[in-house]
Design a protein around this ligand. Sequence first.
Ligand code: FES
Length: 176
Amino acid sequence: MAEASTQHDDNNETKSRRDFLLLIPLALFASMAATIAAAAFRYLRPTRIFGEAVWTDIGPLSQFTGARPIMRSLETERAAGWANMVEEHFVFVLPDKNYQVLSAACPHEGCNVIWRDEDRNFFCPCHDSSFAADGSRLSGPARRGLDPLPSQTENGTLKVKYQSFVNNTSERVVRG
Ligand code: FES
């Protein structure tokens, strides 16, 4: 009887050991699956909701003083298939126009405009369009003025929602 009980205990111990050994590959598999899932989430997560721009800091308000436009660059991410593309854009802050922010992309074909101190206007080197200090169109093939961007101040920092617009139209149409 005692012998039967010992054998029963041995069987139980062997079964527990077998169960435990089975758990090791399962735990390894679960850990690998979690690592792959986390990497996939990081890679595929949307950084920009389709068609909706996000607020981006462009600097403390104290940096934007004086009577001339101040250029800043910012980066946006755009989903391109499975990958995200980082794009650099340029904007001008107008300190004397209540910190209005203008896109530096020429509305003709998208070249970046420059500010000319001597003429106090914006100039596009691609096809010679020019724009007044407030961004309104002066001359050249561009059919509208420079595009204003939504901006706001939060805790002393100027933020902008960068948007691209359709080129070469007189109407301002946000690119989706
Ligand atoms: S792209 Fe600016 S004038 Fe053509």
